[in-house]
Write a protein that binds this ligand. Structure first.
Ligand code: ACM
Length: 755
């Protein structure tokens, strides 16, 4: 039985929340503990053989063949050797605040090669020895011990462990939806179990201001509560703030006492809280309380600070000083992202500043206000973090770039000698869908299933060693526009947070998706046993296509998130049954193939039946010319069908009426042409075209129509749908033109299939 099951049996004393308290007590009693350990040393003398006389590690962790077993610890330790046998002990003794002769903890300052967070854990049939050079290291060793403990025993194992990165973070946005003190503590607690050490607290944004500032009391009085709890309802209904005593007021804020309590709670778990205050954009709420701080000087007139107004800097100074008083973190985040700089163009004060400072470009104003924040923080020995929009050569070298729009800004900054935290949205945004959007609760538009998060490689090959050193770490971000409560937050965060933890902690060469997935199942069960509303790995099938234009074929791989199932498929149009072929190798498609597949366990179908046509079609590699733009044509004829996010590089995203022409290179017989469009009713939304008309030509000038297909009327449908606009007939043509009548907004199309 797992350590969590044990936890439940003994009143969850050890694990969720309370076991951490026990740890705190243990660390608080460090001195007593060390004395106890010294007294007990002669009794159980095994731990000294971990160290040579000069204090260096002499353990060798080459795995002998007979002990090549695995442990299910997440994140996987840097080195471990599982040995035969177990140390039997009851959980109360193992995790008791009062140490026993057989369970020994030691802080040994000589263990410097494991850094400030590493540890050595040795479990033999006689007892447990845990050593580290710091309390943080002991804490992480203890977390490993917790994960190893099951059925009143711990497997015999030697572990030498330390983290890959110093910044291992999760960000939670408490502006779009407010999360209570207790809920924030819960998140911090689980982070610590998985050895994450930075909680980035997004405290202010357009959705509400969330902490007290003495000099600006109207912030929490006027903009911490709003007319609707659900962000999307509130936004749709005008986004108005209300005072706390108004009927139905929804929201909240943290008092100074709350913040102190949370900071301390996090510190007990070796987590640093990095607060974020947004400047100069994403600040609509500020101007509801203090309209004079924006260019129009009116509430609800925009979300950008006036950079030419001295009052802005008085505000900034007061707020950042309050933040520095409350948060001991060396780093403070000042936002800097997605600023609507256009408002500065029409503001005399902003123009005045531009003239005074001899600025040539409106964007220099952005740099100016960020520079002011940098000075305020630096004057008190702090370092500024900002989203990657702040990156430029004028930044002080102490400032840190948080690369979110991809990795490039981070790579460029690291090469220039800036420290960088990587949080690229297509891998590490945990508010994105984690499974097919047609089955999931509404989420932000992207698609980051756990495998995608896990397979993120934080240090690109293009970085030299010097630049490597500037990559401080990685972070998963949870924006909460679509996450209205804690249960939903848990669902989005877990188990993806575990993938973030392993990417951040474990050496690249020790990571493997297969191994992680094998270990993950038991953690999901444990988290659920402890009451966490995790996402459960999907039983559905996904395909991955490789287009081989040299051999003119597609290779189609099928996969399932669950590891405890087998995939069966048919490609011959027959029904799928438990006796259908067992999938083991990519399917080859030379012209077209209709694949049906599903996951089976013990002969029973698990998820949905996957049905998809794959084509190596006549259009692959052909030129596609757009009337509205001159790039992106290749994507429509590359053989890759788009995935579940229109941001995956296989979709072409368009706005307005379109016309595009495919040149087949020579006249060809064409019997079917189809295009697939996405409809998404969440996030940035995608809309189907009203209609698509197809036209053919041989000379590229004189076209004749091959028909029109209109949008289906789709009512009460799930978030994600596709519509194929299919044209069947018999034509001979070199050029195929599509005229697209726009839908109600942005549209996405993935491929023009020509058969
Ligand atoms: C961001 O996602 N706007 C940093």
């Amino acid at each position: 039985m797992s350590y969590l099951c044990n936890t439940i049996l003994i009143g969850r004393l050890l694990f969720y929340e309370k076991h951490i308290v026990n740890l705190k007590l243990i660390f608080g009693m460090k001195n007593l503990f060390v004395i106890f350990w010294l007294v007990s040393l002669p009794i159980v003398g095994f731990s000294q053989d971990l160290l040579s006389s000069d204090g260096n590690l002499k353990m060798k962790f080459a795995l002998s063949k007979e002990v090549q077993r695995t442990i299910s610890v997440i994140p996987v330790p840097m080195e471990y050797e599982l040995q035969k046998g177990y140390f039997s002990i009851d959980s109360l003794t193992l995790f008791s605040d009062v140490s026993s002769p057989k369970v020994k903890y030691l802080i040994d300052k000589k263990l410097t090669q494991l850094g400030g967070e590493g540890y050595i854990l040795e479990v033999t049939s006689r007892g447990v020895s845990l050593k580290a050079s710091s309390e943080a290291g002991l804490f992480y060793g203890k977390m490993t011990l917790h994960q190893l403990y099951a059925d009143n025993k711990v497997p015999c194992v030697r572990i030498k462990d330390k983290p890959r990165f110093s910044h291992r973070g999760i960000m939670v946005d408490v502006s779009r939806h407010f999360f209570s003190k207790e809920e924030i503590k819960e998140m911090i607690n689980w982070m610590s179990v998985y050895k994450l050490n930075r909680f980035h607290w997004h405290l202010t944004d357009d959705g509400g201001w969330r902490f007290e500032v003495e000099d600006y009391p109207e912030l929490t009085k006027k903009t911490a509560f709003r007319s609707h709890h659900l962000w999307r309802e509130w936004w749709k209904n005008g986004g108005k703030f209300v005072s706390v005593d108004e009927q139905g007021a929804a929201g909240g804020y943290y008092t100074k006492e709350d913040i102190k309590e949370i900071v301390e709670y996090a510190a007990d778990r070796h987590i640093t809280i990095i607060p974020e205050i947004e400047f100069p954009g994403h600040s609509r709420e500020v101007f509801v309380a203090y309209p004079e701080l924006c260019c129009a000087e009116k509430p609800y007139s925009g979300g950008t600070f006036c950079v030419g107004n001295d009052k802005t800097y008085a505000f900034m100074k007061s707020v950042l000083n309050t933040v520095m008083d409350l948060f001991p973190s060396e780093m403070v985040h000042i936002g800097g992202d997605e600023t609507n700089t256009a408002v500065w163009k029409n503001c005399p004060k902003c123009w005045g500043l531009m003239t005074k400072e001899n600025m040539k470009d409106i964007h220099e104003l952005h740099n100016y206000i960020i520079g002011e924040a940098e000075k305020i923080l630096k004057s008190r020995g702090r370092r500024m973090i900002g989203w990657d929009e702040i990156a430029n050569e004028k930044r002080d070298k102490s400032s840190v770039i948080m690369s979110w729009r991809g990795e490039q800004a981070g790579i460029d900054a690291a090469k220039k000698g800036y420290d960088v935290i990587l949080t690229p949205l297509h891998y590490l945004y945990l508010d994105y869908f984690q499974a097919s959007p047609d089955k999931e609760p509404l989420a932000h538009d992207g698609y980051t299933p756990i495998e995608k998060v896990y397979t993120y490689k934080p240090i690109p090959d293009t970085l030299n060693d010097e630049a490597h050193a500037h990559i401080l770490g990685i972070q998963g971000n949870i924006w909460t526009e679509w996450i209205p409560n804690m249960k939903h937050l848990e669902y989005m965060a877990f188990p993806r947070t575990l993938a973030v933890a392993e990417v951040a902690w474990s050496p690249e060469e020790k990571r493997s998706w297969k191994s992680f997935r094998n270990r993950l199942g038991s953690h999901i069960v444990k988290l659920q046993d402890a009451g966490v509303n995790t996402y459960k790995l999907s039983s559905d099938i996904e395909s991955v296509v490789n287009v081989d234009t040299v051999r003119k074929k597609l290779e189609v791989s099928l996969k399932c998130e669950r590891e405890d199932v087998e995939i069966r498929y048919t490609d011959n149009g027959l029904y799928l049954t438990r006796k259908s072929a067992l999938y083991s190798w990519p399917l080859v498609v030379k012209d077209s193939l209709c694949v049906k597949a599903a996951a089976f366990k013990k002969g029973n179908i698990q998820g949905d039946i996957f049905t998809q046509h794959f084509y190596y079609h006549k259009g692959i590699g052909k030129k596609v010319q757009f009337s509205t733009r001159n790039k992106c044509g290749k994507i429509l004829a590359d053989g890759y069908i788009g995935g579940k996010t229109y941001l995956d590089g296989s979709w072409v995203n368009l706005h307005g009426d379109q016309e595009f022409i495919m040149d087949l290179g020579e006249e060809q017989e064409v019997r079917t042409v189809s295009t697939r469009w996405m409809q998404l009713r969440a996030g940035a939304r995608r809309h189907l075209p009203q209609q698509v008309e197809i036209l053919f030509s041989n000379d590229g000038e004189n076209y004749f129509s091959g028909g029109i297909v209109r949008k289906k009327s789709l009512k009460d449908i799930p978030a994600l749908q596709y519509q194929e606009y299919i044209f069947n007939g018999h034509w001979n043509a070199r050029y195929i033109k599509m005229k697209v009548k726009a839908g109600d907004g942005g549209m996405s199309v993935d491929e023009i299939i020509v058969m």
